[in-house]
Design a protein around this ligand. Sequence first.
Ligand SMILES: Cc1cc2nc3c(=O)[nH]c(=O)nc-3n(C[C@H](O)[C@H](O)[C@H](O)COP(=O)(O)OP(=O)(O)OC[C@H]3O[C@@H](n4cnc5c(N)ncnc54)[C@H](O)[C@@H]3O)c2cc1C
Length: 408
Amino acid sequence: MEEVSAAVRRAAEDGLRVKAVGTGHSFTSIAATDGLLIRPDLLTGIRSVDRAAGTVTVEAGTPLKRLNEALAREGLSLTNMGDIMEQTVSGATGTGTHGTGRESGSLAAQIRALEMVTADGSVLTCSPTENPDVFAAARIGLGALGVVTAVTFAVEPVFLLSAREEGMRLDRVLAEFDQLWAENEHFEFYWFPHTGNTNTKRNNRSAGPRRPVHWARTWYEDEFLSNGLFRAVNHLGRAVPATIPTIARVASRGMPTRTYTDLPYRVFTSPRRVRFMEMEYAVPRAALPDTLRELKAMVDRSPLRVSFPVEVRTCPADDIPLSTASGRDSAYVAVHMFRGTPYQAYFTAAERIFTAHEGRPHWGKMHTRDAEYFAASYPRFGEFTALRDRLDPDGRFQNDYLRRVLGR
Ligand SMILES: Cc1cc2nc3c(=O)[nH]c(=O)nc-3n(C[C@H](O)[C@H](O)[C@H](O)COP(=O)(O)OP(=O)(O)OC[C@H]3O[C@@H](n4cnc5c(N)ncnc54)[C@H](O)[C@@H]3O)c2cc1C
């Protein structure tokens, strides 16, 4: 932390901008800088575990993978998380990274305190009781308020989650969406474009016993089918786009039904080895069925060939000013394109649908929105920019992306 303070002070003396980076998993240029880049590699590890308070404090550059494994060793777990765990704690929370949940929200919504170095090099700590205005905003700070050095998360005694993965027709998922959401602690589904098929996943707490997927099945389904074969099929689709609808029909019917029970992070996350571009928007949860129907109609009547499934998740409303779920129950719709395939036409058409439903884009994924849009879309946008102006009056943490989305 002292080294980060000294680096920020030196950068100020040299007139350089500063940007802390995580593992670079964002699809936008949110972490880019023409000044001093602070890498997370030496800012890792667990600082303390407070069992009585149910919290863990970690260095901000700790990869989520290390955090999850360390917590499991301590008999503890986060309540909810996203699809992968390669990102750093600060990078993931700072852009609003989320999984799916009925009551439990994004990683940032699980933060209980933060420590950061601000533009003048001083250390600022915040929590609901200490600098509460900073705490409110800094949980999803986009790297605009300072360099986060430590994050305190709420944790709970480790539990088991049972997953059920099952194919369902899209019409049925959309007709029963409210019920599927209400009946499951964590519901999500993947819709395969050019088909009416989905793969659904329900995760619910279980009394056990632990029944992980057998290693051979894990290799076959998660490595061979979901990564190796999927990559080969994407290469074929990129070379011969006309094959994509047929492949999608075969693949979507071939998804295995499976149930398994394991530690939370092993159920929430899975390996993602096929490279892609992604745009994800949060729409009000009630707007999800219409949003998906419009997306499907758009793909059906277009010449687009989309080989990646569309992912749908939910989060409850939270109280973080720049959270995509700020003040409203949300559903997330993520569109992907295999890397190297033109994505603009698809993303532009999808974005038109998302914004018509008052969508808010993920801060780390592709979008074309600007500060004017966000000022209208986030009721507490002004609260965030006022805090940014107070903590960083000279734009020390500014970059082109932040200029576009926050203004100034
Ligand atoms: C394969 C893949 C799967 C993904 N799955 C999900 C998912 O399931 N759910 C989801 O919501 N998103 C997901 N994402 C998006 C990803 O979680 C976010 O883009 C996240 O921000 C990446 O974290 P990172 O550590 O790579 O941070 P980076 O991309 O390196 O940085 C992101 C932001 O954090 C800031 N930052 C980093 N460290 C600090 C610090 N110490 N202090 C202040 N600011 C800091 C950077 O300046 C930048 O603004 C996925 C992305 C990929 C590539």
